[in-house]
Write a protein that binds this ligand. Structure first.
Ligand code: MN
Length: 316
């Protein structure tokens, strides 16, 4: 169960249904996320593994981290590693993750907090569960999204945004059966707290069994929906979508999500990450932790990293 919940959805601002002439976004593809391991070995699902980079633009990739219940001693993070040319966005749905970077950014995110890190010109960072959590074990569930930066901003100064769970904008659907958490961007005129370099929206929707939402979506944005848990359908065509699957939508004014009436008890709601933005439409040269425009810029990043130009690991 996601940490950000609301007991009475009817008290939230409601998102009105589509108006006359508003066009539904068709579902263009549905793909399944393969399972893998990240960092020192925590389980992930590669949400966008089957989606063309041009359809993801301005996003690069997304991992669903967990959901996993760690036994004592099992919790894992990443070693120190570099990034350049993009942003990493970590949304902790349940659990605790510590972050530290060579640019002075860092902190603890927990239970609905988001850390929006602009790597820009480059930094080193580490993401790990706190020592007490390693000892105790516990629930770990979140996403890490990679957001591309346009050429003009690739070497911008690193920036760190701590977005607390309590700052997330909460809305509900016309039927008050869905909780809509706007982390960044805007839904129906309601702005989320995250600051972005190019226009985009990042939203986490939880639908009660049988609930449905027509989510207004910026016409100039692409649109993707990834199911964190539960089962339902997407699009007015009612295409089935379940845990670990991504839908790519075509153009239109709104997108439709609906939760099946019967859900498994381990995931009693349909939980969906919905995201999209204005495509950057520049060449992408991506290797490992670097996302640049050309291959020589990526080679330059490796060289700078090897020569220690990404900063130094802070003491202690
Ligand atoms: Mn990283």
């Amino acid at each position: 169960m996601p940490a950000i919940t609301v007991d009475d959805l009817t008290v939230l601002p409601r998102i009105k249904g589509p108006g006359l002439g508003d066009q539904p976004r068709p579902v263009r593809s549905v793909t399944a996320a393969p399972r893998g391991y990240e960092g020192e070995g925590f389980p992930v699902r590669r949400a966008f593994a089957g989606v063309d980079l041009r359809d993801l633009d301005p996003f690069i990739m997304m991992d669903q981290m967990g959901e996993v219940e760690y036994a004592p001693g099992e919790a894992k993070g990443t070693p120190w590693h570099p990034h350049r040319g993009f942003e990493t966005v970590t949304y902790m749905i349940d659990g605790v993750f510590d972050h530290q970077d060579s640019h002075g950014g860092g902190g603890t995110i927990t239970n609905g907090d988001t850390q929006w890190m602009t790597a820009g010109s480059g930094l080193l960072h580490i993401e790990a569960p706190p020592e007490w959590l390693v000892q105790s074990g516990g629930l770990f569930h979140g996403i890490q999204l990679w957001v591309n930066l346009p050429r003009a901003s690739k070497l911008t100064d690193p920036r760190y945004q701590d977005i607390r769970a309590g700052e997330v904008r909460l809305l509900t659907s016309a039927d008050a059966g869905a909780l809509v958490r706007v982390i960044a961007g805007s839904v129906a005129g309601h702005d989320g707290p995250g600051a972005t370099h190019t226009p985009m929206s990042l939203v986490h929707v939880s639908l009660e069994p049988g609930a449905r939402i027509d989510l207004p979506w910026e016409v100039e944005f692409n649109a993707l929906a990834y199911v964190l848990g539960g089962r339902g359908t997407v699009g007015i065509e009612g295409r089935p979508l379940e845990s670990g699957q991504t839908a790519v939508f075509g153009p239109g004014d709104f997108l439709t999500l609906a939760a099946d009436g019967a859900q498994e008890s381990r995931s009693p709601q349909l939980d969906v990450v919905v995201l999209g933005g204005r495509p950057i439409r520049e060449p992408i040269a991506w290797a490992g932790p670097f996302v640049m425009n050309t291959k020589s810029e990526v080679l330059g990043a490796y060289e700078d990293f090897q020569k220690g130009r990404f900063g130094h690991i802070p003491a202690g």
